[in-house]
Every structure is written in structure tokens, then in C-alpha cells.
Write a protein that binds this ligand. Structure first.
Ligand code: G6P
Length: 370
């Protein structure tokens, strides 16, 4: 069993460490050798003509894949300027979504077997939508039934808490967003090349984060003593906050809430009292000042704030109690880095609490019933 875990204590830790490799494989031959183009040769029915017909995108998924979809929404709207809605699969079918033949429905599923996601896919197809699957399992039901698929090359994921599948889904969204931008002309060649260069730098940057795992262990052990904590962030940081919070709940059983930082004052701020840990994600430069002011709001009420910040943001570092620094990247790519310390935080918090990290109570790796 130790061999399967390649020397790591748990599958989750092994899978966290496989992310640089998963990034490289998922990008692989999909980026041209000169770094200027994305080539998604696997898209068959989603031709350039078909792409030009799309007037709305729906993203549907469950759990961690849903959180990847939240980042995907942001990417597609930013890069391709197509309106995107996102739903959890168990809600999608029951709200009479407006689906036409010009709707692209993207289903995201690590296993490709989640019952709710599969049912949403079938409903979308019944309504004539074009369905694209982002999945980690080529022969899965979702893969077979979708019109097109982008395979994430994360490799088999064993731990119930998803890590490398999530980050590989992010890479799939980046590539697809760029592919749309190329096809629709919504970004310049220079912008596309800049994003591709930054994408290619991610694997090494994740390696640099993993080298600091020990630093996170100490923070996690402290957090494991609390029963309640908060994640805050704005924009893409909010999407990552949701995933960080889910991860922590799944394996450490610590209750946490993720809040859009600006929304705290409309209720949740009442829960902040002396010593409550708050993890503030602050990687989005345009929103930095606003996030810092939200950090001050919680600090004023006694919160103990851990900031997740991009290298060099000293102003932010001054406003928090401690900081975990991630390497510089484009704002849009920050989730691909900032989630990694949160994965490690959950892992070490779970360990500190003596939980079964790879097999948390009540949860299954793949949920094939509705
Ligand atoms: C289960 C797992 C989650 C996962 C979700 C969706 O609840 O415990 O980790 O995110 O299913 O799974 P999928 O295979 O569709 O991505």
C-alpha cells in the first residue's frame, strides 16, 4: 500500500504533490510549441462555426467540480465574452433552465459517473444543447454521452477529497477559454500568448508552494483547535474560498463558511469574535484595496487573519496576522496556485484531528445515486 502511495502517508498528500505533473500533462500537446496557440484537436462537433453560434453557456457539476466551474464561468466570460450561468447539477433540471440549440452546456465531473451530473447532461441534450464534458475518465458515462470532451490528465484520483482533479479542471477551463477567444477574436494574439506563457509557468510555481508545506502544517495544527472558521475573498478569490472551505469541512470536520468578502457585513460579521480564524484570499489586484478593507473589518472584531497573498504585496501583509505567499502570476490564473495551500491546510488539519484523511465519514468518492 505504501508503494501505491509513492512514499506519502496518504493518497491525498500524494495527489496534492502530483499537481505539477497533472498540470504539465493536461496542457501537454494542447499548447503549440511556439507558445502562441491552443489546439484542442479533440473537439469534433464543436467546430469554429458551431462555436460562433453559441450565445450562452451553462456550467453544471457537483461538489469540487462545481467549484472548478465557478472559476470556469469567470474565465469564459472574461476571455470569450459569452454569458455563463452555473448550477449545481441537483438543482439545474428542476429550475426549468432556458436551453436552446445555441446553448453550450459544460458538465464537469472527475469520475464522469455522478448521477445528478449525468441527469443534467441528459436533460441538456434532450433540449438540443451542445454538451461538452470536462472529465478525468475517458470511458465514463458522461464522456460517452457528451458531444465533445476535454479530458483532464490528472490520473486516477483515490482520495475522496478532490485535489489534482480540481486543478486539472481549472487548466481545462483555461485552455477552453483561450480556444474560444482565439476562435471568436475576443482576445489579441499577444494576450493569448501572455496567458499561455503564464500557464506554462504554473507547474514550477506549484512545486515552489509544495516546498513550503511545513509552514502550513503549523498553521493547520493551530486551526484544528477551532470549531468554526471563515474564508473570505472577492471575485476569483471567492470561488477558491468556497473550495477551500469545502475541503476543510470534508476531511477535518471543522465547520467553515466561505463568504464573498464584501457580503460579510450583511449578516455573517455577527459571528466574528475574538480569536476566530479567518483565511483571507487576496490575489486579485483590482480588488485588493477592497479586500484589505474587509480584512480590517474582521480584525477590528478580533479575528485572527491568515492572508493568502501574491509575492510582493506588502500592504496586504501588513493588514493580516500571518501570510502565505504564492508566486506571481496573472490574476486570472491565481486560483491554480492559491488553492494549493488550502488543500495542504485541510490535509494537516485533518491529520491533527486524527481523522481518516482519505476516507472521510459519510462521504463517497463518486455518488451514483440521486
Ligand atoms: C462526490 C465527491 C466529491 C466530488 C463530487 C463530484 O461528492 O466526494 O469530491 O467533487 O462527488 O464528483 P465528480 O466525479 O462528478 O467530479
Amino acid at each position: 500500500v505504501t508503494a501505491e502511495k509513492a512514499g506519502f502517508d496518504h493518497f491525498m498528500l500524494k495527489e496534492i504533490h502530483e499537481q505539477p505533473r497533472a498540470y504539465r500533462d493536461t496542457m501537454g500537446s494542447r499548447i503549440s510549441a511556439d507558445g502562441t496557440q491552443v489546439t484542442l484537436n479533440e473537439l469534433t462537433t464543436l467546430t469554429p462555426e458551431a462555436i460562433r453560434e453559441i450565445n450562452r453557456v451553462h456550467i453544471v457539476a457537483c461538489g469540487t467540480a462545481y467549484h472548478a466551474g465557478m472559476v470556469g464561468k469567470y474565465i469564459i466570460e472574461k476571455m470569450a465574452r459569452i454569458p455563463v450561468e452555473i448550477d449545481v447539477a441537483s438543482e439545474y433540471r428542476y429550475r426549468s433552465p432556458i436551453i436552446t440549440k445555441d446553448t453550450l452546456v459544460i458538465v464537469v465531473s472527475q469520475s464522469g459517473e455522478t448521477a445528478d451530473t449525468l441527469a443534467a447532461l441528459r436533460e441538456a441534450k434532450r433540449c438540443g444543447a451542445h454538451v461538452l464534458a470536462i472529465t478525468n475518465v475517458v470511458g465514463s458515462s458522461v464522456a460517452r454521452e457528451a458531444d465533445d470532451m476535454i479530458v483532464t490528465l490528472a490520473g486516477p484520483e483515490i482520495a475522496v477529497a478532490s485535489t489534482k482533479a480540481y486543478t486539472s479542471q481549472l487548466v481545462a477551463f483555461y485552455l477552453f477559454g483561450l480556444h474560444l477567444a482565439q476562435t471568436l477574436g475576443t482576445q489579441t494574439a499577444a494576450e493569448i500568448a501572455e496567458t499561455l506563457a503564464a500557464l506554462k509557468a504554473l507547474p514550477e510555481q506549484v512545486e515552489a508552494i509544495l516546498e513550503q508545506a511545513e509552514a502550513i502544517k503549523g498553521v493547520a495544527e493551530e486551526m484544528a483547535k477551532h470549531d468554526n472558521l471563515f474564508f473570505i475573498g472577492r471575485g476569483l478569490d471567492y470561488a477558491v474560498a468556497l473550495e477551500g472551505s469545502l475541503k476543510l469541512k470534508e476531511i477535518s470536520y471543522i465547520h467553515s463558511e466561505a463568504y464573498a468578502a464584501g457580503e460579510l457585513k450583511h449578516g455573517t460579521l455577527a459571528l466574528i469574535e475574538e480569536g476566530v480564524p479567518v483565511i483571507a484570499l487576496a490575489t486579485q489586484h483590482e480588488l485588493l484595496e477592497k479586500t484589505v478593507s474587509n480584512i480590517k473589518e474582521v480584525k477590528a472584531r478580533g479575528a485572527n487573519v491568515l492572508g493568502i497573498a501574491v509575492e510582493g504585496e506588502l500592504e496586504l501583509q501588513k493588514s493580516v496576522d500571518s501570510t502565505f505567499v504564492i508566486p506571481k502570476t496573472l490574476d486570472v490564473l491565481a486560483p491554480a496556485l492559491s488553492v494549493v495551500p488550502l488543500q495542504l491546510l485541510s490535509y494537516y488539519a485533518s491529520l491533527a484531528r486524527g481523522n481518516d484523511v482519505d476516507k472521510p465519514r459519510n462521504l463517497a468518492k463518486s455518488v451514483t445515486v440521486e
